[in-house]
Write a protein that binds this ligand. Structure first.
Ligand code: NAP
Length: 276
């Protein structure tokens, strides 16, 4: 495509963003639909990201994704936000900016794709982590399940996340073996297992035979947790699925178009050097 003065600009804003897969994903969909738009990666370092994002509002982008560590700043910088943690910004016709969070529903879309019968099989959820992604996913899951137990390295954050939901509970980090044994769905939403981050020996041997294991880390795609779950023939959902579906919901918010998730998966697997 030719970039002209009329081309609409979208971006992923975070720190770091140089390894983000979002430009490849969104530019693929932009080309699929023949849109006059381009999606770039904007690193935002330094202090006061809220002021930087407020200044960016005046440049009239079409939309943006906000990623680690700026999701709270994104919600605060917008003129209105559906959540206190945002991953999507949309510039409206009057110049104002709206903020959304598509992480939770993107996770549910991924689960429905990769473990289609999860609704009938899930009453007890174990959420590993209590950061922004864990809380967004738990909020989306909450209406469909009986209990969500948060196990978090820093117990106060786990307890606060549990208190924010009517069916939230806290589980101590040293009670993971019991938690794994009791859960129908386990969601790994910490940074553990990511490239360059510490690993963890998860007690997968304790899982029930019908348990579903989801890991939202996607670098590497086959995390040690997913590998252990597959070795036990448990149903799994990977982090690339969540990335694609939160992105698809972002694209729909900006353009009113539901893009092709399967096409994006093929492109991203190729970029990661994985076979479909
Ligand atoms: P965050 O808000 O910074 O939360 C990080 C979480 O990881 C916290 O619960 C933290 O526990 C825990 N953690 C960090 N280091 C740990 C360690 N050494 N041992 C135990 N727990 C540790 O980050 P986030 O935005 O929620 O993202 C979490 C992960 O999800 C990242 O890997 C991110 O790349 C991934 N993610 C994937 C998608 C996707 O689309 N697939 C979307 C969003 C996020 P403490 O509270 O104790 O610090």
């Amino acid at each position: 495509m030719t970039v002209t003065a009329a081309t609409q600009v979208l971006a992923v804003i975070g720190d770091p963003v140089s390894h983000s897969l979002s430009p490849l994903m969104h530019n693929g969909w932009i080309a699929d639909h023949g849109l006059d738009a381009v999606y770039v990666a904007l690193p935002l370092g330094g202090a006061d990201p809220v002021s930087a994002l407020r200044a960016l509002k005046r440049f009239g982008l079409r939309g943006a994704n906000v990623t680690v560590p700026h999701k709270e700043a994104g919600a605060r910088a917008a003129d209105r936000s559906e959540s206190d943690v945002a991953n999507v910004l949309r510039w409206e016709e009057d110049g104002s900016v709206s903020a959304f969070n598509t992480d939770g529903l993107g996770f549910l879309d991924c689960l429905s794709e990769q473990a289609p019968d999860w609704r009938g099989r899930t009453s007890r959820v174990l959420m590993l982590g209590a950061g922004g992604a864990a809380r967004a996913i738990a909020t989306a899951l909450s209406p469909f399940v009986d209990t969500i137990h948060f196990a978090n390295r820093t117990p106060e954050r786990g307890e606060a996340a549990a208190l924010s939901l009517p069916n939230g509970r806290a589980l101590r980090w040293d009670e993971l073996e019991r938690g794994f044994g009791a859960a129908d769905l386990i969601v790994q939403a910490t940074t553990l297992g990511m490239e360059g981050q510490p690993q963890m020996e998860w007690p997968v041997a304790n899982c029930r035979t019908g348990a579903i294991i989801a890991d939202i880390v996607y670098r590497p795609l086959h995390t040690p947790l997913l590998a252990a779950a597959r070795a036990r023939r448990l149903a799994t959902a990977d982090g690339l699925g969540m990335l694609i579906h939160q992105g698809a919901r972002s694209f729909d918010l900006w353009f009113g178009i539901k893009p092709d998730a399967a096409k994006a998966r093929a492109r991203l697997l190729a970029a990661l050097g994985e076979t479909p």
